[in-house]
Design a protein around this ligand. Structure first.
Ligand code: SF4
Ligand code: SF4
Length: 531
């Protein structure tokens, strides 16, 4: 897993934090804090990684003790130690809890410094080499072709000059494409004069977190020059990692740039306050919000996303037990998701359980890394929690002429939702609170059984549809006249199994059938003769 020879290590970068190593009082608040030690802080066992792995060595206090022993030469780097060094998500939760200094012991910075020392002396992980090589040669960590970066936006063209640059980021461009697409659609529909960079390069966040900072200069310089050429005064990101890198790390590394950096949540907050946009949900919906560590603790943006969520009429925001400064981590940061996927899933699973305890059906976050991690965590836990990113969550609720037009453009989805609202008995077989996510003609919505005979139909885009449906017009016309569940199910089954040219239904399962059956879909499927 690691390369490098066993020579006496120099710790040039970590040694700069020697004072912190000594100032740590070894009190253990960073792993065990509860209301009794910090009564003004609703904080419980701050280190999400230690909570999963159990051993003290994974907590801040343990890490500091190991770092001390390394510097003093009492222990030497090994393959296991390199793995240990890369299991910290650098979430900063321990630092927020620590009261040893005014700012707390700076464990995330120390971890990155230690990683830099390890990497410079050849002790590192092979997969991190691959990531770095990909960033240097292709401008992204995913080994994706540069000329395919804009494919996510289809035929949409972007001007050379604009007031605002949307800095897409690699994860949204290549992995979490829905976030990139919905951000652009949201900006378009809000009437923002914006563009994106034709040759955007990785922001370098991954390099900094993994201690491989050599290529950071080249990336940042190239991106600053490219943004300057657009003449933009504002740069917005929908990725919390890009945001922190621009707003905090680039500045700390001495970069100056003639534009303002805003996270999409801050930008939308401004537009809402300036009364340029507004949002409304047609039904009451309760959601909870996960603070991305890069956006929250590392950049102190806590209120803007909450103001945006609360600005949506009919949306009720409930907080998790740990939130804002003390929010538990999603487990994906600091390179942990790519290197230790099971650990990331366990941490995300804990966060999903915390979200479930709020009673919300939807967990909104504001970062593609958190989004991916939490979606995987929900799957891992076999949870029905819907996980979505803020722009994706908001888009269907945008009010105004453009919003109305979009509704009109999609009559089938609207008609189907109306029919379901009027015939909630179709879902009586579902388990209480079960959610079925639909995709119809490329658009999505979800249905939740609130109680027998009572459903919530939500037009927002479900992230992970369970089923994809396509109907012929005649099938729709006939199906939507059925008044009982039995009749509806029977005709549904016929149109699917015995289609004619005029009346047909196609549906593709987009998720595991077992998961769907566990939600209570069995009754309907049996009535329709599908199983
Ligand atoms: S890092 Fe801070 S909270 Fe943790 S043991 Fe040291 S002094 Fe206590
Ligand atoms: S930064 Fe986060 S993951 Fe790392 S030791 Fe501190 S609390 Fe644990």
């Amino acid at each position: 897993m690691c390369s490098g020879g066993l020579t006496r290590m120099e710790f040039d970068h970590l040694s700069k934090y020697q004072e912190d190593l000594w100032l740590c009082a070894r009190c253990g608040d960073c792993s065990l804090a509860d209301k009794t030690v910090a009564s003004d802080r609703d904080v419980y066992m701050p280190c999400a990684v230690k909570n999963v792995l159990g051993f003290e060595a994974y907590s801040c206090r343990g890490r500091i003790m190991v770092m001390n022993d390394l510097i003093e030469g009492k222990i030497e780097p090994s393959e296991d130690l390199v793995d240990w060094a890369f299991t910290c998500t650098t979430c900063k939760s321990c630092q927020e809890t620590c009261t040893a200094t005014a700012d707390g012991i700076r464990l995330p910075e120390m971890t990155e410094a230690l990683r830099q020392d390890l990497v410079e002396q050849g002790f590192d992980m092979e997969k991190h080499h691959i990531i770095e090589d990909s960033i240097v040669s292709k401008g992204n960590p995913y080994k994706e072709a540069r000329n395919e970066r804009l494919d996510v936006f289809g035929d949409r063209e972007f001007p050379e000059k604009a007031d605002v640059v949307y800095f897409v980021g690699c994860t949204s461009a290549y992995r979490e494409k829905e976030i990139a697409r919905t951000t652009v659609e949201l900006l378009d529909r809000a009437g923002v004069d914006f563009t994106i960079l034709q040759d955007e390069k990785c922001c370098g966040s991954v390099l900094l977190r993994l201690g491989r900072i050599d290529a950071f200069d080249e990336l940042t310089t190239a991106n600053i020059e490219a943004i300057k050429e657009t003449g933009a005064s504002k740069v917005i990101t929908s990725c919390a990692g890009c945001y922190r890198t621009w707003k905090v790390d680039a500045v700390e590394n001495g970069y100056e740039y003639p534009f303002e950096i805003l996270h999409i949540t801050e930008f939308l907050d401004q537009l809402i306050q300036d009364e340029q946009i507004s949002f409304e949900s047609p039904e009451e919906i309760t959601i909870t919000y996960h603070d991305p560590c890069h956006l929250g603790r590392h950049a102190e943006v806590y209120e803007a996303p909450r103001r945006v969520i609360q600005a949506v009429d009919n949306v009720n925001l409930v907080e998790m037990e740990t939130n804002k400064r003390y929010a538990h981590c999603c487990g994906s940061g600091g390179g942990v998701k790519g290197s230790f996927g099971d650990l990331a899933n366990d941490v995300a699973g804990d966060r999903i359980e915390e979200a479930e305890r709020t009673g919300a059906q939807t967990l909104v976050t504001a970062c593609p890394f958190c989004h991916r991690g939490l979606v995987d965590g929900a799957d891992y836990n076999k949870s029905d929690m819907v996980v979505t990113d803020l722009p994706t969550f908001l888009l269907p609720y945008l009010k105004g002429e453009k919003g109305k037009k979009a509704e009109e453009e999609d009559p089938l989805k609207k008609q189907f939702m109306e029919y379901l609202r009027e015939h909630p008995m179709i879902f009586d077989g579902l388990k209480k609170d079960a959610v079925i996510d639909y995709e119809i003609e490329g658009d999505r919505f979800h249905v939740r059984l609130v109680d027998k005979g009572e459903i919530e139909v939500n037009p927002r885009r479900a992230e992970n549809p369970d089923v994809e449906l396509m109907f012929s017009e005649d099938a729709v016309e006939e199906l939507f006249t059925k008044e009982s569940e039995d009749e509806y199910a029977a005709r549904f089954g016929e149109f699917f199994k015995d289609p004619t040219d005029e009346k047909w239904i196609k549906f593709n399962l987009r998720r595991n059938i077992v998961k769907l059956l566990m939600k209570g879909y069995r009754k309907f499927a049996q009535k329709a003769g599908l199983i």
